[in-house]
Design a binder for this molecule. Structure first.
Ligand SMILES: [Zn+2]
Length: 382
């Protein structure tokens, strides 16, 4: 009898987790699809993602954090590349994203000419203000301004000779007031609703570079979003003593803009936040996780490690100090206790077109889920 019950219980838990993993996979696939165009600045990618995610929150039974809307809107300046993205070097036509990227602060340029070497990796045409730079790895980002030059970063393995000539046709559009929104939901606590545990992740990524190329951002950060969504689904079905808040930030890749905006315009009193867990890059984990702010909150970090050991979850929970490398940062600066955890090991694609859903293992999704649930439970004992 006992054995049977044990078997039934284990089976129930396992099958539930299999569904949750399948759900996470589906969310990563969806968020990295061309429909959302890298959740950035062209083809309304970020806006579409915001509405999709707000609808997810609503369907789980979350309430808008401010009681009115899931979307907290704000604007910021950004340089975008909605159109032409043609680059020919030494007569060879290069593939956007794969062979080259254009530096995010670049201006439009339709030009051609010769290139002069300025150092071992840099080649320039003074008149056209065009620079060709050779790189070991292409890593894209987002810029808040357009400069009066155009920089083409080329994968150095692509060219047989050093760059001598170029022909480019690149279009940019500077948007002074790009409209973005944080997606903010809340589940009311049963015993202490004015104490809040916040779970956060950014859903934006780099968007598109030209009309045919986008950066999917599977690990960064569709993975963290899928973990947050699974946690939101779980907590919606399992009410807790404290309120649990969920924020999916926009503008992280442009410089933590969404989370900064929230800390300056909080929808819940920052003092009511008992702890914040931020997840960004949660798709791998062969070598465990690293926890930013571990040294700032040693008691909570010890609890996290103890839970991990007790339940044999991740291979390592490594400590790191303060770092301004994701959305926890401005909360920490305002006195909100917070951890930011990211996975280590496995695939290394980062801010490039190779950060794709098909290659993402999501092998520690389940362990991360369990770790967060147990850690939060330890916080809510009092
Ligand atoms: Zn990220």
């Amino acid at each position: 009898m006992k054995k049977l019950l044990f078997f039934a219980l284990t089976f129930w838990i396992t099958s539930l987790q299999a569904q949750d993993i399948a759900f996470a996979r589906k969310m990563v696939d969806t968020l990295t699809a061309s429909e959302f165009w890298g959740r950035g600045y062209t083809n309304n990618g970020m806006e579409k993602a915001a509405h999709f995610l707000a609808a997810q929150f609503k369907s789980y039974g979350l309430a808008p954090m401010d009681g009115k809307s899931f979307l907290q809107q704000f604007t910021y300046p950004v340089n975008t590349f909605p159109g032409k993205m043609e680059v020919v070097v030494n007569g060879k036509s290069l593939v956007p994203g794969k062979d080259f990227i254009v530096s995010p602060e670049s201006r439009a340029s339709r030009s051609r000419g010769a290139l002069e070497r300025t150092d071992s990796v840099q080649f320039m045409n003074q008149k056209e203000r065009v620079v060709v730079k050779l790189e070991d790895k292409l890593t894209w980002s987002v810029a808040p301004q357009a400069e009066d030059f155009t920089v083409i970063q080329v994968d150095k393995k692509i060219l047989d000779d050093q760059p001598q000539s170029f022909r480019i046709n690149i279009e940019n559009k500077f948007v002074p007031d790009f409209k973005a929104a944080n997606v903010c939901g809340l589940l009311k606590g049963t015993a202490k609703p004015d104490s809040i545990i916040l779970i956060t992740a950014h859903y934006d990524h780099l968007g598109g570079m030209g009309s045919d190329t986008y950066f999917p951002g599977a690990n960064d950060n569709a993975s963290g979003v899928s973990l947050l969504l699974n946690l939101a689904r779980y907590y919606a079905k399992n009410p807790q003593r404290y309120s649990i808040g969920f924020i999916l930030f926009a503008g992280e890749e442009a410089g933590l803009i969404g989370s900064k905006y929230f800390t300056e315009n909080p929808l819940v009193p920052l003092k009511s936040i008992r702890f914040l867990l931020n997840t960004d890059l949660a798709g791998t984990g062969e070598e465990g996780i690293t926890v930013v702010n571990a040294t700032e909150f040693p008691k909570e970090f010890a609890a996290l490690q103890a839970i991990n050991k007790e339940q044999s979850l991740l291979t390592a929970v490594a400590a790191r100090g303060k770092a301004a490398n994701s959305d926890h940062y401005f909360f920490t600066e305002k006195g909100v206790p917070a951890f930011f955890f990211y996975t280590q090991g496995g695939i290394k694609a980062y801010h490039d077109i190779f950060d794709r859903a098909e290659t993402l293992p999501l092998n520690e999704h389940e362990d991360l889920f369990k770790l967060v649930i147990s850690f939060n439970a330890s916080l809510m004992k009092k």
